[in-house]
Ligand binder design. Structure first.
Ligand code: SF4
Length: 310
């Protein structure tokens, strides 16, 4: 993903007022083969827009997205959805609205295979059901007869059954009970291991991202403010925004109890016209922060931050 921008124009031109909303504002990142990249940030940070643009569901205002697969490079911004869809899939947040409730479980899984004129449909369905740990007896059931956890397993099975190279999982555990979240994360991890899929895991729950992500990208108002290996970002967050996100969660892991130091940020989210996008809320803001925008730079190995403190 190179310098991705998604800007919307809002307001009524008749009244002479127009506002530009910057859902994404210059995002650059790479997700490696077989890697799970967690994308975290609060509502409005641009996470879902980023996920949608990387699988061709939304066109960016500017920027480039490429997927390298089978010795080919697919230009996601320019290619037709039919071409892109050979390589990508999405797992949605709401397992109740993302699958037709009156369909048979079998048909939910068979449909994408038939569309692609795949062979060995029965074998692939059995393999996908096993991977998401759903019993084969459920194949004749209707979707509405499944529990929420079973429906989410089914939506993962539907995504991976066509052997995609890259899957965007958009808040896949948000609507599930705490007891089911871990099971769904394990299934995503298994799918990565067994099928070699790369994942973008979008979540506002930092502990969820921490459990299975190899690396983390922290988004704030459409900008990447920090990126690095999950263990580094969680144990040693550099950006004041990341520090505040981590501080907001109870410390169950004893090794995290003493750190990071408590950091309070202002509640109101205001996008400044220039300078650091976080300065209206940042307790460490300096005069320079209001004038000049810090760029993302590597301050430790594979650990990037956009902040004038470093
Ligand atoms: Fe805070 Fe300045 Fe760093 Fe922005 S650049 S996060 S305002 S210290």
């Amino acid at each position: 993903v190179k310098n991705l921008k998604v800007h919307f124009s809002k307001g009524n031109p008749l009244f002479g007022k127009k506002y530009i909303t910057k859902a994404l504002d210059g995002v650059t990142l790479t997700i490696r083969k077989r890697e799970i990249m967690g994308v975290v940030g609060e509502s409005g940070s641009g996470k879902t827009t980023l996920g949608r643009v990387t699988i061709g569901l939304q066109k960016p205002t500017e920027g480039e997205v490429y997927i390298k697969a089978d010795n080919e490079e697919i230009n996601v911004v320019k290619a037709k959805l039919k071409v892109i869809s050979k390589y990508v899939q999405m797992i949605y947040q709401d397992p109740y609205s993302s699958i037709d409730p009156i369909m048979r479980v079998y048909d939910v899984l068979a449909m994408p295979l038939k569309y692609r004129k795949e062979r060995d449909i029965e074998k692939k369905i059995e393999e996908a059901m096993n991977l998401v740990e759903l019993p084969l007896e459920l194949l004749e059931n209707r979707v509405y007869q499944l529990s929420g956890g079973q429906r989410q397993r089914l939506s993962i099975a539907r995504a991976i059954i066509v052997d995609p190279k890259y899957v965007v999982a958009d808040e896949p555990t948000t609507m599930l009970d705490a007891s089911l979240k871990g099971e769904i994360l394990k299934i995503i991890k298994d799918a990565r291991e067994r099928k070699g899929i790369s994942f973008m895991l979008i979540t506002h729950e930092l502990p969820i991202a921490k459990i299975i992500s190899d690396r983390l990208t922290v988004l704030y108002l459409g900008k990447v403010v920090e990126m690095g290996r999950s263990s580094d970002v969680i144990r040693k967050p550099l950006h004041p925004y990341t520090q505040s996100l981590i501080e907001a969660y109870p410390k169950i892991d004893p090794s995290l109890r003493d750190k990071p130091k408590e950091i309070k940020i202002k509640v109101d989210i205001i996008r400044p016209e220039k300078g650091c996008v976080f300065y209206p809320r940042c307790p460490f803001a300096m005069p320079k922060c209001k004038e000049e925008e810090p760029q993302l730079k590597e301050v430790e190995q594979e650990h990037y931050v956009a902040c004038w403190l470093y």
